[in-house]
Design a protein around this ligand. Structure first.
Ligand code: ZN
Length: 347
């Protein structure tokens, strides 16, 4: 690996290099890394900006939307001058202004079964900040088939969820389908355009997503494979729930039946349900919703929730707060984004 840095690079990344866990080697890994950001919205904007600021060498952006006024409440890479422009173009300009050394590949396309594998295979780490379950499942399937690490985030109203899926590298780590075998029925999960989302919540979750992506690239700390982070902004509560791999998973199990993306052909987007235009809406559709957490009365049924079958497996691992963890009680924990459709961890 090339460990030579210019004086400007040493200055720009000095606060990283000072960290023993990152140092020059970690910074070189970031420079060599290629990260695909799917969705240049509420999650993708802060995510892509922090990846570029961190010195990630190549950032790919996938989105086929144009910037609208209603996006500016949270999609901070875009501004008034970008209204009507492709989001990937607007975000690429913001990244370039921040760090011209980061190569930005703007993919002004909508992911489908015909293009997703080639895109995913071109990157080392994939970040999901999409806004509909069709794309979320398509991307999750492609990442397992291509053996790429997927860092997924979701937001809705005042809640966020985050997890990392890399069953190819973590024998105990689930894939998205371990949590949600199938997409939720149309209409089950409300869209952000219907239910709303607090702008800063998308910023926090996109930034947490960038943090996990950087950790995966550098290889430090404890990642979120096998765990779901749930943040309730109204209650100011972060919780981490354990996610288990499903030995019978049709995608990552030993007897997997999903070996291609053929099931997505034609179906793509036919029933796309925007969950939130701030990408992220549901890492997890899920049944878990029903359980609700009880401690967050207004929260939507778990978006990232887990599938009912695994709900009982969820165990509060530890809250980031000291003291009793209210969620410890059975599957009640995930109220948010995840559970809408079904499995535990929907990110
Ligand atoms: Zn699986």
């Amino acid at each position: 690996m090339d460990l030579d840095f210019s004086e400007d690079e040493i200055s720009r990344y000095s606060r990283h290099i000072l960290l023993a866990e990152i140092g020059g080697t970690g910074q070189a890994r970031l420079r060599a890394a290629r990260v695909l950001v799917v969705g240049a919205g509420g999650l993708g904007c802060p995510l892509a900006l922090y990846l570029a600021a961190a010195g990630v060498g190549t950032v790919g952006l996938v989105d086929d939307d144009r910037v609208e006024l209603s996006n500016l409440q949270r999609q901070i890479a875009h501004g008034m001058a970008s209204l009507g422009r492709p989001k990937v173009e607007s975000a690429a300009a913001a990244i370039h202004a921040l760090n011209p050394d980061t190569v930005v590949r703007a993919h002004d396309v909508r992911l489908d079964a015909g293009n997703v594998l080639a895109l995913v295979e071109d990157y080392d780490v994939v970040c999901d900040g999409t806004d509909n379950f069709d794309t979320r499942f398509l991307l999750a399937d492609a990442c397992v088939l291509a053996r790429r690490t997927l860092v997924s985030a979701a937001v809705l109203r005042f809640e966020g969820q985050l997890s990392t899926f890399k069953p190819h590298a973590d024998p105990d780590g689930p894939c998205y389908r371990c949590l949600h075998p199938v997409p939720p029925p149309p209409g089950l999960v409300p869209a952000c355009s219907e239910a709303g989302v607090m702008g800063a919540v998308t910023g926090v979750m996109g930034t947490l997503q960038a943090t996990e992506a950087v950790k995966e690239i550098v290889g430090i700390g404890e990642g979120l494979s096998g765990r779901l982070l749930v943040w309730d902004a109204l209650a100011v509560r972060f919780r981490t729930v354990r996610l288990r791999r499903d030995p019978d998973c049709a995608l990552c199990g030993p007897n997997a039946t999903i070996r291609s993306l053929s099931a997505h052909v034609g179906a793509a987007h036919a029933g796309a349900m925007p969950v939130c235009d701030a990408p992220g809406d549901g890492l997890a559709p899920g049944p878990g919703a029903a359980a609700g957490s009880g401690d967050a009365p207004g929260s939507s049924p778990g978006s990232m929730a887990t599938r009912s079958g695994t709900a009982d497996d969820r165990q509060a691992e530890s809250a980031l707060v000291a003291g009793p963890v209210p969620e410890a009680g059975g599957g009640a924990g995930l109220s948010g984004l995840h559970g809408r459709a079904g499995g535990v961890g929907a990110l």
